[in-house]
Design a protein around this ligand. Structure first.
Ligand SMILES: *Cc1c(COP(=O)(O)O)cnc(C)c1O
Length: 383
């Protein structure tokens, strides 16, 4: 059945309690970093069962203060899967280091272990695997390659809040893990991000860096620690606001509910898409993992249907279906392609995925009717 209302890729689930909490902040006279950020950080620590975490104003900012706190800079290399959001490579570039793009598994879009082996050099300072779509990357396999070299594994968990691997919540045992609370992500604070880091000194440094290098919030200066301040090193202005944390406090409480709704929809997509031969969902085996289903990416057989990915997106849009691209392969985006002389022959799996992946609408309040509209629209594009 065709409906006239547009079905977006994603829609945040914001209820009255989030709205009331934001209003409470607005009326309280305190809207920037303060008690609600402290409460949200405390809840995140409890959720992950870790001692400390840092919230900031984006996932990218979390990576920036982490990378900076590890002194990643000129002469260093960071291995990054080419199927990721470009901002993660930009951070490396902006710190004066070199992003080294790696190929991914053609069935899961996750960083290949053998690529880490191929690309590792004495200059490698960090690797940045993505738990793509909410599926778990096998961090142990990368650790085996790294051995006793001093290389940071910074896990990009932007898709993976709530993902479990080998019985553990992703992030809870990581050396370092970055989360995003952008509106499409599994929970949202409008914009926002979080960092977990086992090395408490680095996490403290990251916190200081997120607050201009001063390391005291305005709240602490006024209410707790005195108005004076010291500058430890030049930093950034990346702090999360209380009006953002007001959303996060209630969103985090609903994460399991969100994931179970996403999972139900993902299973229904699996079932109903099996008989469309030009659509292949990414592989999501249940061995050792619980998938968080941030997105539902599918590969389109561009050759078989004789349309480009953009034409597919247009054809879906005409039928009121919005989709996303997660992701264009970063090594072929103009800046990186030109600067490091990449071609389509490099990283063949990422190259192919980068031009054939689309993400179908998936969000907790999506109805079966809306999902059927998406499935029918996919059937219609080849006609
Ligand atoms: C969303 C996303 C990020 C960045 O998050 P922001 O909060 O938008 O900065 C990083 N990596 C991946 C894989 C993402 O999807």
């Amino acid at each position: 059945m065709r409906t006239n209302s547009f079905i977006p890729l994603s829609r945040p689930t914001i209820n009255q309690e989030e709205i009331n909490e934001v209003i409470d902040s607005l009326k309280s006279g305190w809207i920037t970093t303060g008690p609600k950020v402290a409460k949200f950080e405390h809840q995140l620590c409890q959720y992950f069962n870790v001692e400390q975490c840092l919230t900031v104003n984006s996932g990218t900012a979390a990576w920036q203060v982490l990378a900076h706190s590890y002194d990643i800079g000129p002469g260093d290399e960071v291995i990054i899967p080419s199927i990721t959001w470009p901002s993660m490579a930009n951070v490396v570039e902006l710190l004066g280091a070199k992003p080294v793009f790696a190929d991914v598994d053609p069935d899961t879009a996750i960083l290949l272990t053998e690529e880490v082996d191929r690309l590792i050099t004495p200059k490698t300072k960090a690797i940045l695997p993505v738990h793509y779509a909410g599926a778990a990357a096998d961090i142990d396999s990368y650790r085996d390659i790294i051995g006793n070299r001093n290389i940071l594994i910074a896990e990009d968990c932007a898709h993976a809040l709530g993902t479990m691997h080998k019985g553990q919540l992703i992030g809870s045992h990581s050396d370092a893990a970055i989360f995003s609370f952008h509106p499409t992500k599994n929970i949202t604070t409008g914009e926002g991000g979080a960092l977990i880091c086992k090395d408490q000194d680095r996490l403290n440094r990251a916190r200081t860096l997120s607050l201009n290098g001063i390391g005291k919030t305005a709240w602490e200066r006024i209410n707790q620690k005195g108005a004076h301040y010291e500058l430890h090193e030049p930093g950034y202005k990346f702090n999360m606001l209380d009006i953002q944390a007001a959303l996060g406090i209630h969103q985090l409480a609903k994460i399991q509910d969100f994931i179970s709704k996403r999972t139900h929809l993902a299973e229904r997509y699996h079932e109903k898409l099996t008989n469309i031969d030009y659509i292949t969902p990414l592989k999501a085996d249940n061995k050792d993992q619980i998938h968080a289903w941030h997105i539902y990416p599918v590969k389109i057989d561009i050759e078989q249907i004789g349309l480009t990915r953009n034409q597919v997106i247009d054809a879906l849009k005409k039928q009121n279906v919005g989709v996303g691209v997660h992701f264009e392969s970063v090594h072929l985006l103009r800046f990186y392609r030109e600067k490091y002389q990449y071609t389509e022959k490099d990283l063949p799996n990422a190259t192919k995925l980068g031009s054939s992946l689309i993400s179908l609408p998936l969000f907790p309040t999506m109805t079966s009717d809306e999902q059927d509209t998406v499935i029918n629209a996919l059937k219609n594009i080849a006609e």
